[in-house]
Write a protein that binds this ligand. Structure first.
Ligand code: SAM
Length: 254
């Protein structure tokens, strides 16, 4: 996809995205949203953000770094908004179109192909950690939002040294750095919370686990599978150690 992605990131966010779509097709459409949200949030985290984004039916909402589109599809189903996804990995964009019928474009968060003030709200979930140019991505989010619009973020923050290796290609900011970056881009943080990543209904977790198992059954022997597992496992270890925290924030475009 882009010159910015490492091989491990391509495995995790591109190759596995295509495999996820394939597994969802095999297991049934009810598995699509849980599997599509596996990349970052829990249902509880998505709801916490949605409750604070001042959404109305028909609101134009951008999801930047949307992955396979699970969070955007959830938002459309729950709140009646019109989401648009931007995501650099081609297989993920294809999956979001096929699994959810979402409007999705292949784009880096630092080069969004939208006019100024095109959106009433935006989300960016688990994405800032995966890129070096966080200021560029936040600047673009501010540019495409109307004044007064809200941005919902999930950021994996590291306030001290990491206790084990970071996933390839990831650079975790501290909470203070993230707040500074948001202010510099023209956002005022109005609410924050610690995300509980296990806060999803039981059937949601069961469906996501079933899709994971199907992907492993079909592709477990593939080096890209092992690479993706290693990368996501590193995040899991850092979270378990407390070296990383899943930080939710809502900010207003000022
Ligand atoms: C942990 S996943 C989260 C996906 C999705 N937001 C979710 O919550 O399910 C991180 C996503 O950020 C995307 N990403 C990586 N670099 C990016 C960049 N420069 N601009 C936009 N998205 C990027 C990856 O391709 C991947 O889909």
């Amino acid at each position: 996809m882009t010159e910015l992605a490492s091989e491990a990131m391509e495995a995790e966010f591109d190759t596995v995205a295509g495999w996820t779509e394939e597994a969802v097709r095999a297991l049934g459409p009810e598995t699509a949203i849980p599997a599509g949200c596996r990349g970052s949030g829990s249902e509880g985290a998505l709801r916490w953000l949605a409750d604070r984004l001042e959404l109305r039916p028909g609101s134009r909402v951008l999801d930047s770094g949307a992955g396979v589109g699970g969070p955007a599809a959830w938002l459309a189903a729950e709140r009646g908004v019109r989401p648009v996804c931007a995501e650099p990995m081609v297989a993920a964009v294809r999956a979001s179109r096929r699994m959810f019928g979402l409007r999705s474009v292949v784009a880096l968060g630092q080069q969004l192909p939208f006019a100024d003030g095109s959106f009433d709200a935006a989300e960016c979930l688990g994405v800032l950690d995966t890129m070096p140019d966080k200021a560029g991505a936040l600047g673009e989010l501010r540019r495409v939002l109307v004044d007064g619009a809200r941005l919902g973020l999930l950021v994996f923050v590291a306030d001290g040294p990491l206790t084990s290796p970071a996933p390839d290609g990831n650079e975790f900011p501290s909470e203070a750095e993230t707040r500074e970056l948001l202010a510099a881009a023209g956002f005022e943080v109005i609410d924050t919370a610690e995300a509980d990543l296990s806060d999803s209904p039981e059937e949601w977790t069961r469906a996501a686990d079933a899709v994971d198992a199907e992907v492993a059954r079909r592709h477990g022997g593939d080096p890209a599978f092992r690479q993706a597992e290693e990368n996501s496992g590193r995040v899991g270890r850092l979270l378990a150690d407390g070296a990383l925290r899943p930080w939710l924030a809502v900010a207003v475009a000022v």
